[in-house]
Design a protein around this ligand. Structure first.
Ligand SMILES: [Zn+2]
Length: 91
């Protein structure tokens, strides 16, 4: 576990010193309703920015990341019925 963490830190340092790839950050502090949007299949998205490029990050992707994080113990376990409700809405 410690080894993995050290590796992640090294990778982070490498990413921070790499001036070509800028870190992606939230461009807007909020979630955007895309339920009426015809350009994507997402209901909800976040607007990300990397350098001058802006791109959407779908809530489904965020939830998939959260599921990985939970499985790896990076976040506390979420109630099973919470995931059931999520799957019902965002499958
Ligand atoms: Zn959209």
């Amino acid at each position: 576990m410690c080894q993995g963490r050290g590796e992640a830190r090294r990778k982070k340092e490498w990413m921070m010193t790499d001036d070509i790839e800028e870190r992606a950050v939230l461009a807007r502090r909020g979630i955007m309703d895309h339920s009426d949007c015809e350009d994507c299949v997402e209901d909800w998205t976040f607007l990300m920015r990397q350098g001058r490029r802006e791109f959407p990050l779908g809530l489904r992707t965020v939830l998939a990341c959260l599921a990985f994080a939970e499985r790896e113990g990076a976040v506390p376990e979420l109630p099973a019925d919470w995931w059931v409700n999520i799957n019902r809405r965002y499958r």
